[in-house]
Design a protein around this ligand. Sequence first.
Ligand code: ADP
Ligand code: MG
Length: 263
Amino acid sequence: MTAALEVSGIGMRIKSATLLDGIDLQVQPGETVAIVGPNGAGKSTLLRILSGDMTPTRGSVRLKGTALSSYPADRLAAHRAVLSQHVTISFPFTVEEVVRMGAGDMARVKAQPLVDAMLDEIGLNAFRDRELPTLSGGEQQRAHFARVLLQLAVGEAKHGPGVLLLDEPTSSLDLRYQINLVEIGRRRAASGTAVIAILHDLNLAARFADRIVVLHRGRLAATGTPRETITNAMLRDVFEVNTNVDLIAGPLPHVLPQAMQAI
Ligand code: ADP
Ligand code: MG
């Protein structure tokens, strides 16, 4: 099977700073991958490289077997959709207009049922006529998520399963919508999309991901299942906290602030 995304020997240097070094990673169609790591570890830089927003100073990135750099912008938008960490829209578009942007240049009548379905799925129907800046941070984040999901759906209708890249998509969401987003991500993966998300909440990452990639100071510190990666040793060495992930029994590790000391 051709990997959805494949990076080998990725390095990123800006002046004398090494943001990423020696990253190898393959993500298969239908896989859910969480990228975790402390502030400044290089997570957003890696996601921007995976999305084609940024060109690495070393190594190569392939999207569905083809060099990412050889995709023209419109083809890229049809094969992968990206939710960036900071999205600013200064013009006062309504929620519906923002979501419709995900349909690109598709005719309005053709896009409308897709826009409606997306507003429904993300629970934004009641907000459709509101201008984006009047929404709460979490509501705005959901509107952008809906836009990105629409872009993914339009691309997948033409080209089959694509890649969904999310940079801290749950950072402003309440608990219900955090779980909602994880479930939507897993549903897309079940139909073949490769879903890659940067998540800060390790419990949420464990629930979301088939595989967790731990970044530390620009390098891959660990990769594997939640059980294999979210360990007391990793939390100590990478996140600099002492804790016990087995305080609650179960198949997944539990990372509890109540049982944690900063080192
Ligand atoms: P993360 O998303 O894991 O918090 P980033 O990928 O955003 O981290 O950034 C990784 C590191 O690279 C950070 O220490 C950041 O300050 C640094 N960095 C990002 N952009 C630049 C730049 N243009 N020049 C120098 N350092 C940068
Ligand atoms: Mg970041």
